[in-house]
Design a protein. Structure first.
Length: 511
């Protein structure tokens, strides 16, 4: 085979306490669209940042067309012929299209800008993508899809030989994705190498030639896209080899609700453009409902719609049979909803406040500024939940930043349990905590179910979903593709639905 366009060999990168990349090889050929795949923490972002000069590798080499390179910044990477287009367009919305395409290298003489030359070069860059538009229009007036095309045109004007597209379709609708794929194919035909970072497997099989899978900072392998079945790809990404349907199903969780009980929460046609396609979802008291799917499938986006963090633009939600207006999280809290975010450190704890202050926060917000909790009541609540959830802390006034990740997660659970919710949404509640703390969190979830709460449980770990949930809804490519209950909740059935296999229909026990 001919010399590869990009050859990264033995790439290693460490951060304090973390091995982000370990001896990773990555190869891209000219005239090829190459997918880079992996779940959270796989090392995709770190590898791209090494390639584009954001990080210096601790080990390994990088060469472009056989020439060793070591860019120390994104600008040096661009000078080598490597350009990156991110999901969030990194341009200036208040400038014109032409100014953005030529930003930093505007033509001119004697300190005067050559506006004619600037516009001509901008039109030429857009023409390569078969796009005609007014190059004097303000970038911010364009759709997200057109802004991304402008970003790609800018990359091409930089004489790019390798184009990195980092989650370019995350905010696009189906037509816009189709248009983007047409552009990618034309660029491939022109001999460019394209790195396509995405979580959408349908798109991987629609447009890529090869793919590389990373897991836990290591390369699992490189494959010709058309020769790797979807279920095999999902297995490699998750690190669990399964058949479509295991012969011995896992023991299912039982529900404490009666079959005739109406749902606590019912969503019908709930969706938001660019986030999740309209779907139906029922949440029952005394039941743990899981949302399963690969990263980017729409799990967190669905939870955010239910909690009013994002507003839906389709469908409606009823609570106890009455239509609910979820315009903001405060509306959800009034309805008895609780939400533990997947990002504990950014969206959960207040690191400089005490355990007590973190714990009472949601209840105090629910009661309002005019009904302040007394110090006695705060202490009573803290003592109760520190004992009930076995939170390991020297005392309630210890800064929460001094606690372990598992104990911080327990404080966040206590924060919401203090509001006496009817529904609690747990988004990756066991991420980043040790095995012992994970088991304790799972015991708490089971007790919440037994006490009659409705629980919406989101986890990237298939085993956790199987072990903890009485009902599982599977999402793929932002759509609901399956629903499973009882004995049909197996790792094989869930992974098959996630991969686009035969188990896409709703399944349940005959009973």
């Amino acid at each position: 085979m001919s010399e590869p366009l990009l050859a990264m060999r033995g790439i290693g990168k460490r951060f304090p306490g973390v091995v982000a990349l370990s001896a990773v090889d990555f190869t891209v050929r000219a005239g090829e669209i190459h997918a880079l795949l992996g779940e959270n923490g796989a090392g995709k972002s770190t590898l791209i940042k090494v390639l584009t000069g954001v990080y210096a590798p601790d080990a390994g080499t990088v060469s472009l067309s056989g020439v060793p390179i070591r860019p120390a910044s994104p600008k040096e990477a661009e000078a080598c012929g490597i350009s990156t287009v991110y999901q969030e367009v990194n341009l200036v919305p208040s400038l014109s299209i032409a100014e953005n395409i030529m930003l930093g290298r505007q033509p001119g003489r004697f300190g005067l800008l050559d506006w004619g030359g600037l516009r001509r070069r901008a039109r030429a860059a857009l023409a390569r993508l078969e796009i005609e538009c007014d190059v004097d229009a303000e970038l911010g007036s364009l759709s997200v899809a057109l802004q991304q095309m402008v970003a790609i045109a800018r990359a091409l004007d930089l004489r790019a030989r390798l184009l990195v597209l980092d989650e370019p379709t995350a905010s696009l609708d189906e037509k816009e994705v189709t248009d983007l794929f047409g552009v990618m194919r034309r660029l491939r035909g022109d001999g460019l190498g394209i790195v396509f970072v995405t979580h959408f497997l349908d798109q991987v099989y629609a447009v890529t030639d090869r793919l590389t899978v990373l897991r836990n900072g290591e390369r699992v392998g490189e494959y010709v896209t058309g020769t790797l079945p979807r279920l095999a790809l999902v297995s490699k990404m998750l690190g669990r080899e399964v058949t479509a349907e295991p012969s011995t199903p896992e023991v299912p969780m039982t529900s404490s609700r009666r079959a005739a009980d109406p749902p606590l929460v019912s969503a019908r046609g709930l969706g938001r453009r660019g986030a999740v396609h309209p779907l139906d979802l029922e949440l029952h008291s005394g039941e743990v409902t899981g949302l399963a799917g690969l990263l980017g499938a729409g799990r967190t986006e669905t939870a955010r719609l239910l909690f009013g963090i994002d507003r839906c633009d389709a469908g409606q939600v009823t609570v106890r049979g009455r239509v609910a207006r979820l315009r903001a999280p405060r509306d959800a809290v009034r309805l008895g909803f609780a939400f533990c975010s997947e990002d504990r450190k950014v969206e959960g704890i207040f690191p400089n406040l005490s355990v007590r202050e973190n714990l009472i926060f949601a209840l105090q917000a629910k009661q309002g500024a005019w009904r302040m909790l007394s110090r006695v009541e705060q202490t009573r609540l803290c003592e109760h939940y520190i004992t009930a959830l076995r939170i390991k802390t020297p005392g309630p006034d210890t800064p929460i930043r001094n606690l372990s990740g598992g104990n911080q997660q327990k404080v966040l659970l206590a924060r919401w349990l203090a509001t006496r919710p009817a529904l609690i949404v747990l988004d990756e509640p066991t991420r980043g905590i040790d095995i012992g703390a994970k088991a304790e969190i799972e015991q708490i979830i089971d007790k919440l179910r037994a006490d009659g709460l409705a629980v919406l449980f989101i986890s990237s770990e298939i085993e956790e979903v199987v072990h903890n949930c009485t009902r599982v809804v599977v999402l793929r490519e932002r759509r609901k593709v399956g629903e499973f209950t009882g004995g049909s909740i197996t790792a094989g059935s869930l992974m098959s639905a996630m991969a686009g296999g035969h188990a896409e229909r709703a399944k349940s026990d005959p009973a």
